[in-house]
Design a protein around this ligand. Sequence first.
Ligand code: AOS
Ligand code: ZN
Ligand code: ZN
Ligand code: ZN
Length: 426
Amino acid sequence: MKIQKEQISDYNKKGLENHNDNFDFLSNKLSGNGHNVSDIVSKLAEFQVAIPSWALGAGGTRFGRFSFYGEPSTLEQKIDDVGILHSLTQTAGAVSLHIPWDIPTDYAAIKEQADALNIKFDAVNSNTFQDQKDAAETYKYGSLSNVSKAVREQAIQHNLDVIKIGDKLGSKALTVWLADGSSFPGQNNFQTAFQNTQDSLIDIYKGLPDDWKMLVEYKPYEPNFYSTVIQDWGASLMLANGCGDKAYTLVDLGHHLPNSNIEQIVSILQLKGKLGGFHFNDSKYGDDDLTVGSIKPYALFLIFNELVYGMENNPQNPDLAWMIDASHNIKDPLEDLIQSLEAIQEAYAKALLIDQKALKAAQLDNDVVKCQEILQGAYRTDVRPLLEKARLNKGGVLSPINAYRSLDVRASLIKERGKNTVATGL
Ligand code: AOS
Ligand code: ZN
Ligand code: ZN
Ligand code: ZN
């Protein structure tokens, strides 16, 4: 199913007057305070976040999986779903594939389909956390860090294959997330595991095309519960530095121990020019992968404050690969993603409202109260009319969730694909 331009303009007609009133009101207020509103709106319109192919089906837990029906079961259908998200929100102009779940059969056709929907292929993800059918070696005790050379070689080769697949689609980055680690003290020699991982990553790095990046994701626990080989940003940064200039750290919001100051991590990595990728989600306890902004929207805003600062002040840091890494099994996956996209845009818009000059001045005066007032003044602004404007300007809808529901998208997908759909993935 595809959403037609006329459906979008028909839908927007109903809310247009209301939007114009709200936008004019906010825009006057912000301009009066010295903000360049059209600049903010165009920054919002430019900001694109990749949708991971595996979030399009309802997620499961180890206790079960509940379908939402009409889920995509082929790569073509997954791209179609991203197309739906993008035509409504105009923010989801990229997809992040997972190999081997998403190996294209016809590359030209997939590229053509994505092109027509204005969707780019962002970072490709390798998978050495599951055993593949007919594979000679098992990843039960690790992949790139394994004590067995044969296992490491299989995992290295898989990553090289993923690069080749991504290259044919126009991807420019490989994301490596490892489940490697240990579940019991004494199981692993930390130094051997780390060194093996470094050596394996260097072998993969050698196969990276010149204009590619390698993104090294860290995570403190799960599925291993005593240690992970790449447990934090420090380990990731060491490994990236050990590989070279094209290797970077990837921050996933859910991959921190409770109360970690993620905004500070993000900030320092940008200073060092080493923040390459970002996975958005939210959590209460661990790697909960809940909808972005559903639990700690203020923390998300503070992170965006640092990201905006970095984008404006750290030319040494490259453009980031943004991706949503969230899914849950009690929401329609597309509605979940729409909510996440909205939360990301909202946090970004609020961060763009922070008066950086005034903040710097207050910091130099050690005016702690003023600093907080500046941040919270931006945070308390209802920026939704700016998001609406950015979407409208690009041909999207005023309210993506409402439009998704009033256009009966899920019902059409079920009609098209049936009820017994099983999405590949986690
Ligand atoms: C795992 O916890 C990580 O967040 C990964 O980024 C990702 O979710 C996994 O690679 C699934 O493909
Ligand atoms: Zn992730
Ligand atoms: Zn995760
Ligand atoms: Zn997560």
